[in-house]
Structure formats: structure tokens, C-alpha cells
Design a protein around this ligand. Structure first.
Ligand code: NAI
Length: 246
């Protein structure tokens, strides 16, 4: 993969899918910047990425905080240099049926999963446009495509993220910036560790490949999409879901 010596910023990269993407991009030759709100996990992932022989800069950044996002992008650009790749991965769930859903649960999920991706994309895109080069990758979800009972906030945020992906792809294509999304199915991370055995078994029945995905399954596709091997690909949503949605 052709990302040698590029710099990738991964949000929510302290654990799970974001961590796997950071490690994979480091292995492919990129230097890494990780933003997260979990400071202990940030220190651990920093040493893991450095173990791959690449530089890793970590910062506690809440991506819902517009001023913090702007300040930290500026700091990276001034101190480290250009950001070639942005992976909008940070995401949360606050599940409940719609009739019981609290306003705060709606607002929190939309703030992180959708507004956070918008704030980071806007902050990074200016410098990418000037350099006429860059890649943005958004981690959406299959539930943003097919919906899910009990996740109206999450599904709406991920459907919104897909709309954001396609719109930014159209705005930035002429400036040499590509924008794509991955829609993972059910991936074995902290986010899905709370599922009961019964729910897991039900889910597995709907997955033709017969297993939950691993964070590395998503990272493998991410590595392709941010590389020059995908240089003619923009505005697309790639399902990494074991065939769950087809
Ligand atoms: P995770 O819960 O293991 O990791 C999410 C990370 O985001 C955590 O390190 C967390 O501290 C960070 N984060 C949360 N709020 C933040 C904020 N305001 N600012 C900065 N960082 C913040 O989740 P996982 O499973 O690794 O998911 C990563 C992405 O993949 C999310 O966008 C999720 O919606 C998406 N996804 C996950 C699936 C799964 O089955 N695990 C399926 C489909 C999509």
C-alpha cells in the first residue's frame, strides 16, 4: 500500500476499530496522530504504534468541541506538518427504543458520530484543499443503511455520516481530495461486548460468513481506501459486514 511517510489522524483511535486502523496504517508506513478522550488508553496505543516503528502523537481531544478541534488541527499542522489522511472513527452508542429515548441520548450520539466528523473534516480539509491532496475516511455502519430497532439515534447519525461523505466527496473532488466511508457490520469490540449470548446467536444467523468481524477486518479495507491504490475511488460506502447487507 502506498502511504509511506504520510501522516494519518485517527479519531477515537485509543481502542477498538480506530486502534486497529492506526496500527495498520503505521505498519504500512504512515506516521500517526490519535485523538481520543480516554487518556490512559491513549498512552497505551501510543507505545503500541511506536512499536511498529512509526511516530505517534496522541492528544486528548473531544471531537464535539469545535474550538478544541480547530486548535489541535493547527497544532498538528504547525508542529508536525501536513495531515494527509483523516479517519473519522470516533463513535458512541446510547441505545433505547425511540419512545423511551431521552433528548440527551439523541443529542450525545449525533454530536459525536455526525457533528464530530463534520468538525474534524472541516478543520482538516482547508489544508488538504490548499495542497490539492488528501483522503478522508468515515467509519459509518450498516445500520445507517438498513436501520435498527433500538438505535434510532445511532442509525440516524450513521445515515447522516453517509450523506456527509457523499457531499464532501462532491465538494472536494476537484481539489484532489477523496472521501469515502466504511459501513462495518457487527465487529468484536468494546462497543459490542455487552451483547447477550442470545442476541449474538441471533446476529450470527444473519451473517452469511458466520462470524462477527474483527477490528482488523475493517482496518484492512481502510488501509486500501486511504492508499493510492484507491486513487479513482471517491464518494463510496464499503460494507465490511460478512455479507450481512447485500
Ligand atoms: P469503541 O467504543 O471500542 O471505540 C470508540 C472510541 O471513540 C473510544 O476510544 C472512545 O473513547 C472514543 N470516543 C468516544 N467519544 C469521543 C469523543 N467525543 N471524542 C474523541 N473520541 C471519542 O468503538 P468501536 O467498536 O471501535 O467503533 C469505532 C467506530 O466504528 C464507531 O464510529 C462505531 O460507531 C463504528 N462501528 C462499530 C461497529 C461495531 O460493531 N463495533 C459496527 C459499525 C460501526
Amino acid at each position: 500500500m502506498t502511504i509511506q511517510d504520510r501522516r494519518a489522524l485517527v479519531t477515537g483511535g485509543a481502542q477498538g476499530i480506530g486502534r486497529a486502523i492506526a496500527l495498520r496504517l503505521a505498519r504500512d508506513g504512515a506516521s500517526i496522530v490519535i485523538w481520543d478522550i480516554d487518556e490512559d488508553a491513549l498512552e497505551a496505543v501510543k507505545s503500541d504504534v511506536e512499536g511498529e516503528g512509526r511516530a505517534c502523537h496522541v492528544a486528548r481531544v473531544d471531537i464535539t468541541d469545535s474550538a478544541a478541534v480547530e486548535t489541535n488541527v493547527k497544532e498538528v499542522l504547525d508542529r508536525l506538518g501536513p495531515i494527509d489522511i483523516l479517519v473519522n472513527n470516533a463513535g458512541i452508542v446510547r441505545d433505547s427504543l425511540m419512545v423511551r429515548m431521552k433528548d440527551a441520548d439523541w443529542d450525545a450520539v449525533l454530536a459525536v458520530n455526525l457533528k464530530g466528523a463534520f468538525l474534524c473534516s472541516r478543520a482538516v480539509a482547508r489544508s488538504m484543499m490548499k495542497r490539492r491532496s488528501g483522503v478522508i475516511l468515515n467509519i459509518a455502519s450498516v445500520v445507517g443503511v438498513i436501520g435498527n430497532a433500538g438505535q434510532v439515534n445511532y442509525a440516524a447519525s450513521k445515515a447522516g455520516l453517509i450523506g456527509l461523505t457523499k457531499s464532501i466527496a462532491r465538494e472536494l473532488a476537484s481539489r484532489g481530495v477523496r472521501v469515502n466511508a466504511i459501513a462495518p457490520g457487527f465487529i468484536d469490540t468494546a462497543m459490542t461486548s455487552g451483547l447477550t449470548k442470545e442476541v449474538r446467536e441471533n446476529l450470527l444467523r444473519g451473517i452469511p460468513l458466520g462470524r462477527l468481524g474483527m477490528a482488523e477486518d475493517v482496518a484492512n479495507v481502510a488501509a486500501f481506501l486511504v492508499s493510492d491504490d484507491a486513487s479513482y475511488v471517491t464518494g463510496q460506502v464499503f460494507h465490511v459486514d460478512g455479507g450481512m447487507v447485500m
